[in-house]
Write a new protein. Structure first.
Length: 229
């Protein structure tokens, strides 16, 4: 089986579209999506429509939680416009779809237990980096799964602990590792090989939307363009 692993799409339909196109070219038949489908950017309905058309396992991220519990409505919340767009545009069925998502899910692939989550198996908002604290590493080693797929950091990662692999496919919609383009992970389960891909797309359209909806929020456009010095 050929699997595409995605995370942190963040209502960026331009980025998701190119990833799905490339995945199709690689004969991907199954998608695993580690949450944060919405938030930040402005095409939530298009993104959910594309995701709902896939053969996929998808869980919710902390941005789905923020949307569903209404936390974005607080006056001090910095990135509320993307959530307000979702509130206006998502259909009743799409909102029910978000409400139906679990915070984690386990599937068996190649006789291995694969756990899909967003932040961590125990905290949807946790950031897991390669230099994680020993306490987090110890906790991960106790999780009943051979492979843990996570998201949230927007940084691609593939590391081995004592008895398991921790994977982050990076971010489709808002990479933060100073390499422009939509990031995703390809898994050939027959060869048991993982490979990261970075897809170029015209993010000028996304930047124009940022300038239209919230020109004061420079971060949302800069993060898409920044490169390593």
């Amino acid at each position: 089986m050929k699997i595409a692993i995605l995370a942190d799409i963040h209502a960026n339909a331009e980025a998701l579209e190119i990833v799905l196109k490339k995945a199709k070219q690689k004969n991907v038949t199954f998608f695993m999506i580690a949450g944060d489908l919405i938030g930040y950017y402005y095409q939530p309905s298009q993104v959910l429509s594309m995701i709902q058309s896939l053969n996929c396992l998808v869980i919710k991220g902390n941005h789905e939680d923020i949307f569903l519990n209404g936390k974005f409505k607080a006056s001090a919340f910095k990135f509320k416009i993307g959530f307000e767009k979702a509130q206006k545009e998502l259909t009743h069925k799409q909102i029910l779809f978000l409400k139906s998502l679990q915070t984690k899910s386990i599937i068996k692939i190649n006789n291995k237990r694969v756990l899909l989550c967003h932040g961590s198996p125990w905290d949807n908002s946790l950031y897991i980096y390669p230099d994680m604290d020993k306490s987090i590493r110890d906790k991960l080693n106790k999780v009943d799964a051979e492979i843990i797929i996570t998201g949230n950091t927007h940084y691609p990662m593939h590391i081995e602990l004592e008895n398991k692999i921790i994977i982050n496919p990076g971010s489709v919609g808002q990479p933060r590792d100073c390499i422009p383009g939509a990031c995703w992970l390809f898994w050939d389960t027959i060869k048991d090989k993982f490979k990261f891909y970075r897809e170029n797309y015209n993010f000028d359209n996304v930047i124009k939307m940022v300038e239209h909806y919230e020109p004061e929020n420079k971060y949302l456009s800069k993060v898409l363009q920044r490169t390593k010095k």
